[in-house]
Design a protein around this ligand. Structure first.
Ligand code: 5GP
Length: 176
């Protein structure tokens, strides 16, 4: 596979993640009993960087869902692979997602957190493909808007490759 072309540089990502961390810390404050729920696998690097740059108490949970099954076309049907392990009832939940494409995954996750009786549910996503939206879903903390292209790096993969690139890169059909 060719080295993906840079779409969002490491520096741009780090600057934006710092801004989001400050905004989230200011919005929730010190007494919020905040649980950050990272969506595996793609959000693991974003969650790590974001949470380390926040200045308020927070705990971390993970949830895993699947909708693409190794391809790059959304099926629309979201499958729960692993639920959160801790009790989030009565807590403020911030879902941390890598990328929002059609919006089906995030909508499903918001519903799941409500089923778990979270006190409040907000969302953070590093990237949104605004043109691809099929369902309306609110992203409270958004990193970047991009066009309709397949991106990798900073946690995101193509067939499990390229997750650890420090930047967001674009994969073209001729690259794979
Ligand atoms: P949605 O349900 O919004 O269509 O899809 C969200 C999920 O699709 C993301 O959590 C991510 O796993 C995957 N996804 C969508 N677009 C991309 C992309 O460009 N690159 C990668 N690596 N994953 C994507």
């Amino acid at each position: 596979m060719k080295t993906p072309e840079v779409l969002i540089s490491e520096e741009e990502i780090q600057t934006r993640v710092g801004e989001l961390a400050r905004q989230i810390s200011a919005d929730y404050g010190d007494d919020s009993d905040l649980v950050m729920v990272g969506v595996l696998k793609g959000s693991f690097i974003f969650l790590a960087d974001l949470s380390r740059r926040m200045e308020i108490p927070r705990t971390i949970e993970f949830i895993a869902v699947s909708s693409y099954e190794n391809g790059s076309v959304s099926s629309g049907a979201v499958r729960l692979v692993m639920d959160v392990r801790g009790n989030i009832e009565g807590k403020h939940v911030l879902i941390v997602e890598d990328i929002v494409d059609t919006g089906h995954t995030l909508k499903y996750l918001i519903g799941m957190m409500k089923t778990h009786r979270a006190k409040s549910v907000k969302t953070a996503a590093l990237i949104r493909k605004a043109e691809a939206a099929e369902v309306e879903v609110t992203i409270d903390y958004l990193g970047f808007d991009i066009g309709n292209e397949w991106v990798v790096g900073y946690g995101l993969d193509y067939a499990e490759q390229n997750r650890t690139l420090p930047y967001i890169g674009v994969i073209k059909p001729t690259d794979v």
